[in-house]
Design a protein around this ligand. Structure first.
Ligand code: 5GP
Ligand code: MN
Length: 338
């Protein structure tokens, strides 16, 4: 693949050989792709380097089975700032702007380490990294990590490919979203050649929900989903009190933003939730309707064409009102097509 040209890969390999302290980091609220790409690389590097994964915050229970997971440090850990400051090389995986690591941002930007970004979000931050492997056409960072390792001549363990498979599955919605390309299937095919139980991974991700999550999903669908057929749009807004009533745990609302997309003619959905003193906003779309530009313009965020997010310190009802008020304008192209 072009972004991993031989010349650049040779330089990266030489740089890797020259360092011993390596840190791998990924974005706030890590998902299957952030964790999968980080752990796949970590499980390889830790055999020969002083390597750590440091993440801005904790990982959801859904992913705690992943090999190497219990060795991940979070930023609040007292050792983390020292380890990051001493790192000679930092891998920036599944994000492309320093603000995505939240409280780690300053330390990351100030670090003099050789920084290597491998990511699939559009618009990478300029000047952050020595090496930028940015490919928005890739379905997952795990897809790129596989290709990167292949180009570097790294042979991954079964533990590592299980992690990569997790990221492929979660970022493509089990290979159903449009981002799933011929290359994604090729990478998945090469990974599937390894001897591991793929259905067990699906089971860990999709069949290990809490009872609270299932009941919260029922509540959200019957009481909280607001549909605007005229705008081909829908939203769900959830207060902290409502989530707490169902014994909310991190990860319990994962994927809720996608639920209204199963309605015929709904092409644009939003999910708003009070969390950690802010409103987390998630957006999804079907087809060529772009949500990252909406997230960026109105909700202090960004992301992919069909999956984006943002945040706000304003009250939930203010954010919902903003969303409803922009619908006539932002859905114009959807209405013309239908
Ligand atoms: P989710 O809805 O799953 O939290 O996020 C979907 C996608 O939106 C993520 O993969 C990420 O690309 C992007 N995203 C989510 N939150 C933010 C944010 O606060 N800022 C930016 N720039 N992107 C975000
Ligand atoms: Mn990703």
């Amino acid at each position: 693949m072009e972004i991993f040209s031989k010349k650049i890969i040779d330089n990266v390999k030489a740089d890797i050989s020259g360092v011993s302290k390596i840190v791998i980091t990924a974005h706030l609220n890590p998902d299957g792709d952030a964790l999968g790409s980080s752990l796949a690389l970590y499980n390889y590097l830790k055999t020969s380097k002083d390597c750590h994964i440091i993440l801005p915050n904790n990982i959801p229970d859904t992913f705690k089975w992943m090999p190497g997971c219990n060795e991940i440090l979070i930023w609040e850990n007292e050792e983390s700032p020292r380890i990051l400051a001493e790192a000679e090389m930092i891998f920036i995986l599944d994000f492309n702007t320093a603000s995505r690591v939240d409280k780690m941002q300053k330390a990351l930007e100030e670090s003099k380490a050789i920084k290597i970004m491998i990511d699939h979000h559009p618009f990478p931050q300029e000047g952050l990294c020595k090496y930028v492997f940015s490919c928005p056409e890739a379905a997952a960072t795990c897809e790129l990590m596989w290709l990167f390792c292949k180009e570097c001549g790294i042979s991954l363990s079964i533990d590592s490919v299980k992690c990569l498979y997790t990221g492929l599955v979660t970022d493509t919605g089990c290979f159903q979203f449009n981002c799933t390309s011929k290359q994604t299937f090729q990478v998945a095919g090469e990974i599937a050649a390894y001897d591991f139980d793929r259905s067990e991974i699906i089971h860990h991700i999709y069949d290990c929900y809490t009872e609270g999550r299932m009941r919260l999903m029922g509540y959200v669908l019957s009481k909280k989903m607001v549909v605007f057929p005229e705008y081909h749009a829908a939203y769900i807004a959830l207060t902290k009190a409502e989530a707490d009533e169902f014994g909310y745990q991190v990860g319990d609302t994962e994927g809720f933003v996608n639920l209204p997309l199963s309605i015929a003619d709904v092409k644009f959905t939003a999910f708003f939730m009070e969390r950690d003193g802010i409103i987390r906003c998630s957006f999804r779309s079907k087809g060529d309707f772009k949500v990252n530009t909406i997230a960026e313009k109105y909700f202090n965020g960004g992301g992919h064409d069909n999956a984006a997010g943002g945040k706000s310190y304003k009250p939930l009802d203010v954010i919902v009102k903003r969303f409803v008020s922009i619908l006539p304008e932002v859905t114009k192209e959807l209405r013309i097509k239908n």
